[in-house]
Design a protein around this ligand. Structure first.
Ligand code: HSE
Length: 343
């Protein structure tokens, strides 16, 4: 067994809470199967943080640590990552703050500070990666640290792992993905006659849609994931401006119903295709034939299909679309840093 690995969690929203809960639930598996002892040292929020020197104290709250008596004892108002890093033995930062895709903050500052201080990073926040993926990857390489972001690229659906590891050496001719659970749920319901607003309301009631689903329904969440896949798997250097983006907010129900009646399916597809030597990236509602690998990916499920020169077409579908699935993707990335690979 290795010595305990310090873990600091930044962001205590639904994904951060699910991560704490999972850490507690999986601690025995982590020890017995991977020889890993993860030690949650601190949970940071925007106005302070919970911190403990006792083993398992923060995990034991299973993501329900509040400002009650126990929380008050562990709460340090004004605690920030920058204040914490110089005092702690390096381990892994789990970045889960809700970030801005224009500035990348606050996650961008967190990730830079953590890497500079010798911490590995796993992140579910997309903003920092949209703003400075290459800079962050270079910094991680320079410091011989890992920066992993599977949780930001469709979470429990393995997109980067398949593209980077499983398809290594193959030329990727195209990528198509249903990368957003909210829009896929809405379109699936619209194919059966529901109106857009009704389907969105249902997605909210089922906990699939976020409180503010604007980025999802306007296609930007898919575009961000596509961008990260393009730049990480295909080695491109795209920015969001290079991706043509159309969402689903203006689609009439009759178009979705007609697709189903013709034996087809209407999906929001993120697509990277090669034309000559150039790659083109776009997000758009698309009609899929029954023979398309993503035809049957319905409801909140997601999927990705890679066309390659040597391995044929490789498709992955499924992957849980909720905070627990995203937390599991964060944990998977941590396991792969410490227990499986050393990159
Ligand atoms: N809101 C996203 C979805 C998950 O519906 O898939 C976060 O990227």
């Amino acid at each position: 067994m290795r010595s305990p690995i310090p873990v600091v969690l930044a962001g205590y929203g639904s994904v951060g809470r699910a991560f704490v809960s999972l850490l507690c639930e999986k601690s025995e598996t982590l020890r017995s199967r991977y020889g890993l002892d993860l030690w949650l040292r601190a949970i940071l929020k925007s106005d302070g943080g919970f911190i403990s020197d006792s083993r398992n104290e923060l995990e034991s709250f299973r993501g329900r640590l509040g400002r009650g008596p126990a929380g008050a004892r562990l709460w340090r108002p004004g605690l920030t990552l920058k204040l914490l890093l110089p005092t702690a033995k390096p381990g892994v930062l789990v970045e889960c703050t809700s970030s801005d895709i224009r500035t990348g903050e606050p996650g961008l500052g967190h990730i830079r500070s953590a890497l500079k201080a010798g911490w590995h990073v796993v992140t579910a926040s997309k903003g920092p990666l949209v703003v400075d993926l290459n800079g962050l990857r270079q910094l991680a390489r320079k410091k011989h640290l890992s920066l992993k972001y599977g949780a930001a690229t469709a979470a429990a659906l393995p997109t980067l792992d398949v593209g980077v590891y499983s398809l290594a050496g193959a030329e990727i001719l195209s990528v198509e993905g249903i990368l957003n659970g909210t829009t896929n749920y809405i379109l699936t319901r619209m194919q059966h006659g529901a109106g857009y607003e009704e389907a969105l309301r249902e997605a909210r009631e089922k906990g699939i849609a976020e409180r503010n689903p604007t980025l999802d329904v306007e296609g930007w969440d898919t575009a961000v994931k596509l961008l990260l896949i393009a730049n990480s798997v295909l080695g491109l250097n795209l920015t969001l401006r290079d991706i043509q983006v159309e969402g689903i907010t203006r689609l009439p129900t009759r178009k979705a119903v007609a697709a189903r009646e013709e034996g087809k399916a209407l999906k929001l597809i993120g697509r990277i295709s090669k034309s000559g030597l150039r790659y083109k990236a776009e997000v758009a509602p698309s009609i899929l034939d029954r023979s398309h690998p993503l035809f049957g990916v319905d409801g909140a499920s997601k999927g990705i299909t890679f066309a390659t020169d040597t391995m044929g077409t490789v498709t992955v579908t499924g992957g849980k679309s909720d905070p627990r699935g995203a937390a599991a993707a964060l944990l998977k990335d941590i396991i792969n840093i410490f227990a499986v690979s050393s990159n």
